[in-house]
Design a protein around this ligand. Structure first.
Ligand SMILES: Cc1cc2nc3c(=O)[nH]c(=O)nc-3n(C[C@H](O)[C@H](O)[C@H](O)COP(=O)(O)OP(=O)(O)OC[C@H]3O[C@@H](n4cnc5c(N)ncnc54)[C@H](O)[C@@H]3O)c2cc1C
Length: 394
């Protein structure tokens, strides 16, 4: 059988994951990245590896299996890289509607055999003595199967895997034209270079609609530049602080995860309506002060805590919130991989999509996520999101 020559556009977590799987299975792979590895959303993310608030069931199932895939890769690696922290997540809610919503989610997750445990405030405080659980908090839940990812370490490992499997990574290589014929696909780059081969994978994250438009295709994505909570989210990075927290924490008004070297990463989902990529918030803005105030309320020892910076993450989100994974043309040479929750899904869908491209074998796990439903449409053709900013709808 002849070796397939495949180009991947984008060196974020999705592009690197599929490139690794393709190259590992013997394809001759070239990754074209406009800027540098991790230049897009994969470096401004909360990177909570979970299937906590994911609907419908097929999407939950895909994310749940993706956690297992991450754990397998972490266990199998032969390098020193440790990108996956099997920490679990603690969560509680305050206020009757929020507690009911959390309770309903927990009941559904238990029915789906997703690992969930109930914890008392004393048990939690024994683990993380600095945490303050307010008197209005309802039940505390622990999701022991969930993990936290360190995106930079994970992407470094994926890049090292590309070298191991003889794949080529071309940074500073912007794709400006895509064409496909019956027997081949072609790419033109801004620097005048051209590439020709068997298949092309578009893994360009929030720029996927731009890439699809090079083929004359309209792809329904949420505009990632809109200053609103559907498209964008604040991420607050602290200086090192005095807490022993190792797990992920989802609490009323504040999500917190360890960010290395004693730093924490903060999210206040209800403030994301103010998130505007064209106008980032400085640490002494209202957003910074509010993050700081909530941090002091949630933990002891935070009097001296300082924010180092606030980033605005821009989501790569198909218009109905679900992944678009599959060929986007009748000639079946150009394959799209676009999804939110890509930190969780990356390795699993990387493997499944590589199998489809190389062996023409489509996994039943991908059945609900064909891109056809997004083609020839805009975001206005889909119902508006209503549940996005519930705590676990990351
Ligand atoms: C605030 C926030 C919180 C999140 N939290 C979580 C979470 O907790 N858990 C989770 O699983 N997911 C989370 N996500 C989502 C996750 O981070 C993304 O789904 C994932 O990073 C997308 O990866 P990607 O590879 O598709 O895109 P990207 O990382 O954006 O990579 C796309 C790459 O394509 C390149 N590119 C674009 N156009 C071209 C071109 N013409 N030529 C060449 N290269 C090009 C870009 O430079 C970029 O490097 C979060 C996202 C945000 C914004």
């Amino acid at each position: 059988m002849s070796v397939k020559k495949i180009a991947v556009i984008g060196a974020g977590v999705l592009g690197l994951s599929v490139a690794r799987s393709l190259a590992q299975q013997g394809a001759k792979v070239t990754v074209f990245e406009r800027s540098h590895v991790g230049a897009g959303t994969s470096s401004t993310t909360f990177a909570w590896i979970n299937s906590n608030g994911k609907t419908p069931e097929s999407y939950h199932h895909l994310n749940a299996l993706a956690i297992d895939e991450h754990i397998r890769l972490q266990q199998e690696r032969t390098t020193e890289g440790h990108w996956l922290k099997a920490t679990g997540t603690y969560e509680w809610a305050a206020g009757a509607p929020e507690q009911k919503r959390l309770q309903d989610r927990v009941s559904r997750l238990l029915e789906l055999n997703y690992p969930v445990q109930n914890l008392s405030a004393d048990e939690l405080k024994r683990k993380v003595p600095e945490i303050r659980v307010g008197s209005h908090a309802g039940d505390i839940w622990y999701f022991p199967g969930e993990c936290l990812l360190v995106p930079s370490v994970f992407m470094a490992w994926l890049v090292s895997e590309l070298h191991v499997h003889n794949a080529e990574l071309k940074t500073q290589s912007e794709v400006t034209e895509l064409t496909e014929e019956k027997n081949r696909a072609e790419i033109s780059l801004a620097n005048g270079e051209r590439w020709q081969g068997d298949s092309i994978v578009i893994a360009a994250g929030r720029w996927s609609a731009e890439l699809a438009s090079l083929l004359g295709q309209q792809l329904a994505m949420i505009d990632p530049n809109q200053p609103n909570k559907i498209a964008c989210g604040f991420l607050g990075y602290t200086r090192p602080v005095l807490t022993q927290l190792q797990a992920n924490l989802i609490t009323p008004g504040l999500n917190v995860r360890p960010e290395g070297g004693g730093r924490l990463l903060l999210q206040c989902p209800d403030l994301d309506s103010f998130a505007n990529p064209a106008n980032p918030a400085p640490v002494d803005s209202y957003i910074g002060e509010e993050m700081h105030k909530r941090l002091r309320k949630l933990f002891n020892n935070m009097e001296m805590a300082q924010l180092e910076r606030i980033a605005v993450g821009q989501r790569s989100r198909p218009a109905d919130g679900l992944p678009g994974l599959g060929y986007i043309s009748g000639k079946r040479r150009i394959y799209l991989m676009v999804t939110h929750s890509g930190m969780t899904l990356g390795p699993l869908i990387g493997r499944l999509c590589a199998e489809e491209i190389l062996h023409d074998k489509r996994s039943s796990l991908l059945s609900d996520f064909s891109p056809e439903r997004l083609l020839g449409k805009t975001a206005k053709d889909f119902p508006a999101f209503t549940t996005l900013h519930f705590p676990a709808a990351q």
